[in-house]
Design a protein around this ligand. Structure first.
Ligand code: G4F
Length: 373
């Protein structure tokens, strides 16, 4: 579902305060003597602010940046947001700031309080189907939210902060060429895709107008065990696990002919980080270059449980079809390979097997663990 950031104060803290006390070293402002040749502060630890930190990519990125020695800050929406507890349980080092991509002043406050060197804007409504039922909300958070964050950086006087925008292959929509690369024209087919195009162009505009280090990763579908259950990969791997345990009879899906370029989310956050370490800000397509249909996905997921003929377990229903569909997406990651040295490391079959095995373990544990334990 959406990973939008909300507006209220986290229970028991001020909206602008980091969740935890920040160590002395990190609160010290960068001195001239520690500046790099490009004028960028070489602070140790470097600080990153992540919007959408409770989502799949936010979690992978928090983990990656922490391993790289960053002080990690996250913008989290809502009073008593139920995702904060699990987030801090798994990532106790994260400094949580209460804020919302719909609320400009909370973004300024988070940028100032975190003193971020790098901002990763991953927040927003991320479920394409939902954008058809809530197009205005999607435009406001996923689209205008990008502008608010860019303006927050500009008006807070932080021109040196590096900004990453999570653009999406959904922007290609009704594709003009295959595979899609950084020069392929956009033709979005959902309110989500339209909002992402807005954010993408705003990021370019701030780079060109104000000389900001602002860039976008045009990420194709990326999945893993942290994926929400509403997305088709995880919906299928979870259903396969449950079917094999006798907990579910079938999985009900929409368009089985759709084709996507599915990679592993853990690989894709590495590309985000690499984009912010370059000399010049550029936009990159991040993809595997391989396309698979939903039918291939079903083969791989049921195959991981030794079931070759899945037809009797799968039913199609109109409710999961979209008013306008993106039929085939496949990216050309050559530029990212050449400039960033980035390559995907997890194959499609391995990814789906990893997800099925994870779901099998979770569902088995849920069955054997008494409620409340
Ligand atoms: O898993 P999906 O919902 O992902 P979708 O729409 O491609 O979007 C994801 O990837 C984008 C990158 O290109 C991101 F920008 C976006 O935020 C999100 O992460 O659907 C994939 C395909 C679609 O064609 C959909 O119609 O699967 C088809 N599908 C068929 N049956 C289904 C279902 N999708 C879902 N969610 N549920 C179904 O039952």
């Amino acid at each position: 579902m959406g990973e939008a950031c909300g507006s209220d104060t986290v229970h028991g803290m001020q909206p602008t305060s980091p969740h935890k006390t920040t160590p002395n070293t990190a609160t010290t402002h960068t001195s001239e003597s520690t500046k790099r040749a490009d004028g960028r502060g070489e602070r140790n630890p470097k600080r990153a602010l992540i919007t959408g930190i409770t989502g799949q990519d936010g979690q992978h990125l928090a983990d990656l940046l922490h391993r790289k020695g960053y002080e990690v800050h996250g913008l989290v929406k809502g009073q008593r947001n139920p995702r904060i507890g699990p987030l801090l349980e798994e990532f106790p080092y994260v400094h949580v700031h209460s804020g919302d991509l719909a609320d400009f002043s909370s973004l300024v406050a988070a940028v100032e309080a975190s003193e971020a060197d790098e901002v990763y804007n991953l927040g927003g409504i991320s479920y394409v189907a939902m954008s058809f039922t809530q197009p205005e909300l999607t435009s406001n958070i996923t689209g205008v939210g990008v502008l608010r964050m860019l303006e927050a950086l500009r008006l807070a006087g932080k021109p040196g902060v590096r900004f990453y925008q999570a653009s999406s292959s959904e922007m290609f929509g009704k594709v003009r060429e295959t595979p899609q690369n950084e020069r392929t024209p956009f033709h979005p087919r959902s309110p989500y895709g339209v909002a992402k195009v807005f954010g993408h162009h705003m990021t370019m505009n701030y780079r060109e107008s104000y000389g900001m280090y602002a860039c976008s990763g045009i990420l194709f579908n990326h999945e893993g065990p942290r994926r929400g259950l509403q997305f088709v990969t995880r919906k299928i791997t979870n259903a396969v696990a449950r079917i094999s345990l006798g907990l579910q009879d079938e999985v009900v899906l929409g368009n089985l002919e759709a084709q996507r370029d599915w990679g592993y989310a853990g690989d894709y956050v590495e590309a985000m980080w690499l984009m912010l370490q370059q000399e010049r800000p550029e936009d990159y397509v991040i993809a595997t270059g391989e396309m698979h249909s939903i039918r291939d996905l079903l083969d791989a997921a049921f195959g991981a449980m030794g079931i070759a003929d899945w037809a009797s377990y799968v039913r199609q229903d109109q409710q999961f079809h979209r008013p306008a569909e993106v039929d085939l997406l496949v990216g050309d990651p050559q530029r990212a390979e050449a400039d960033l040295g980035w390559k995907p490391t997890v194959t499609f079959d391995r990814l789906i097997k990893m997800m099925v095995e994870h779901d099998l373990a979770v569902e088995t544990r849920n069955q054997t663990t008494p409620r409340g334990v």
